[in-house]
Write a protein that binds this ligand. Sequence first.
Ligand SMILES: NC(=O)c1ccc[n+]([C@@H]2O[C@H](COP(=O)([O-])OP(=O)(O)OC[C@H]3O[C@@H](n4cnc5c(N)ncnc54)[C@H](OP(=O)(O)O)[C@@H]3O)[C@@H](O)[C@H]2O)c1
Length: 299
Amino acid sequence: MRVIELSEYGGPEVLRLAERPEPGAAPGRVLVRVAASTVNPVDQAVRAGFMGDFPKPVVLGWDLAGTVVEDAEGFRAGQRVAGMVPWFASAHEGTYAEVVSVEPEWLAPLPDGISLDEAATIPLNALTASQALGLLKVHSGQSLLVTGASGAVGGYAVQLAARAGAHVIAVASAGDEDHVAGLGAKEVIGREDLGGQRVDAVFDAGTAGPSLIGAVRDGGTFVAVIPPGLPEPERGIRVERVNVVPDAAKLRELVTAGLTTRIADVIPLADAAEAHTRAAAGGLRGKLVLRVSDDVSRG
Ligand SMILES: NC(=O)c1ccc[n+]([C@@H]2O[C@H](COP(=O)([O-])OP(=O)(O)OC[C@H]3O[C@@H](n4cnc5c(N)ncnc54)[C@H](OP(=O)(O)O)[C@@H]3O)[C@@H](O)[C@H]2O)c1
């Protein structure tokens, strides 16, 4: 099978197309033929060597959407699924690969009506959003500031928090205000407006940084997505970092929730280096989806 391997850390050019044997069936595992994966900031950070040294070569990739290869663990051959490989906690064999062997807890069946490309954008980022909102104890009437609402994690957080009845103030990238308002935000602001906010809770999905704790009322809550974004607690504010973990039941809910997904482009697996170059350049609106296998229905 074709995979994208990483044998050294560096720029996008270190990503190489390689051939590997397909994984075989194993107890407690499900084989999935991957139709689509996505390019996420964590893939770029691992590629660049920012996340530590792993036994190489590794295969990047957290998100997958595809079809089950053979009956296993309650899944049936041909069934459409989406899933998240918890890359750091696994064997570092990610989803930039035509076939993956995954734990059933990492997967959810897909309903009709969502394409595999759309579904691939949900697992890592919507699970992160959902788990962050859990840490924030999001509830009706709560005022919640979400940064990075033009991005994947922030965009899903806005949608889920709005559905929970929170008063969402979302930070949109320039020119993206209408899209973000359409996700359910009550107020849409720009980064330049962050200084004037006072809210019950902040979800810093856009990594505006620790100084944003100034926007939280005394006794409120602040959740960050990366360790450098964690402020020192002050004024009775609870500060937490979300660290996404697989949750099959929640993922099943998320893929059937009719969330607005956003795809910037679909790029063949062999061009993963080009996809990383485009992602690193910034300014994308939506995820870059990697088209991994062409021999499964994408509908
Ligand atoms: N801890 C976990 O478990 C976990 C899981 C998943 C993701 N993450 C992290 O979550 C972050 C977001 O991921 P993503 O996939 O949503 O990325 P993304 O799709 O690239 O979106 C990031 C968004 O943040 C905006 N942004 C950048 N700098 C900002 C700033 N200073 N203030 C406000 N907004 C800013 C970007 O706007 P522009 O495009 O206009 O620059 C973009 O809309 C990444 O750091 C990722 O590594 C953490």
